[in-house]
Design a protein around this ligand. Structure first.
Ligand code: FMN
Length: 175
C-alpha cells in the first residue's frame, strides 16, 4: 500500500451504527485482536485488556450502560477495551494512569482500523457509565473501561463526516 492508498484507507472509514444479523467469523475476531497486540504501548507494557462480548443479554446490559445506544445491543460483537492501571503504574506510578488510557486507546484504534481492513463496520462508543460497565462485566477496580467498540457487517455505509481544516489543529514551533 502506498502513502496515498493509506490516506484513502483511513479516510474511507466512518462510524457504522447499523449491522446485518450475521455473526462475525472467528478468524476476523482473531485478526482484530492480533492487530491490537501489535500496537505500541508505554514501556511495551501493553496496559490494556479487552472483553469480547457476544451474549445478547450482556450486550443489552452494556447498551443500557451506554445511554441505551442501540448499536451496542445490535452489533454481533462488542469489544470492551479497558485501561489496566496496575500494569502501567507498576513501572510509572501516577503517570501510568495516563499511559494506560493511551495504550487502551491505541489498541482500540488498531482494532477499529483492522475491522475496516476486513470490510466490517465499527463504532467507537465512549458515552457510558463506567461503574455500570464494570458491574456488567465484573471488571476489577484497577481496570477503567475506555471504549465499547461495536463491530459487525455494516447494514449501510454512513455518509463521510467532515473534519476541521488540519491547520486548525496545528501550531508551528509553539502554541
Ligand atoms: C472517544 C470517542 C467517543 C465516541 N463516543 C461515541 C458514542 O458514544 N456514540 C456514538 O455513536 N459514537 C461515538 N463516537 C464516534 C464519533 O461520533 C465519530 O467518530 C465522529 O463523529 C466522526 O465520525 P466518523 O467516525 O464516521 O468519521 C466516539 C468516538 C470517539 C473517538
Amino acid at each position: 500500500m502506498d502513502s496515498s492508498e493509506f490516506l484513502g484507507f483511513l479516510s474511507s472509514r466512518t462510524s457504522i451504527r447499523s449491522y446485518r444479523e450475521e455473526t462475525l467469523d472467528p478468524g476476523a475476531l482473531a485478526y482484530m485482536l492480533s492487530c491490537a497486540s501489535s500496537a505500541p504501548s508505554a514501556g511495551n507494557l501493553e496496559s490494556w485488556d479487552v472483553v469480547v462480548v457476544t451474549e445478547p443479554g450482556t450486550k443489552e446490559a452494556l447498551s443500557e450502560a451506554a445511554l441505551d445506544q442501540p448499536h451496542i445491543r445490535e452489533a454481533p460483537v462488542v469489544l470492551v477495551v479497558g485501561a489496566n492501571y496496575v500494569r502501567a503504574m507498576s513501572r510509572y506510578g501516577d503517570r501510568g494512569i495516563l499511559y494506560a488510557v493511551c495504550d487502551a486507546s491505541i489498541a482500540c484504534t488498531y482494532m477499529m482500523l483492522a475491522a475496516h481492513a476486513l470490510g466490517l463496520g465499527s463504532c467507537w462508543t465512549g458515552a457510558f457509565d463506567d461503574e455500570d460497565v464494570r458491574d456488567v462485566l465484573g471488571l476489577p477496580q484497577h481496570v477503567r473501561p475506555v471504549a465499547l467498540l461495536a463491530v459487525g457487517h455494516g447494514e449501510q455505509t454512513s455518509g463521510m463526516t467532515s473534519r476541521l481544516p488540519v491547520e486548525e489543529h496545528v501550531h508551528l514551533e509553539a502554541w
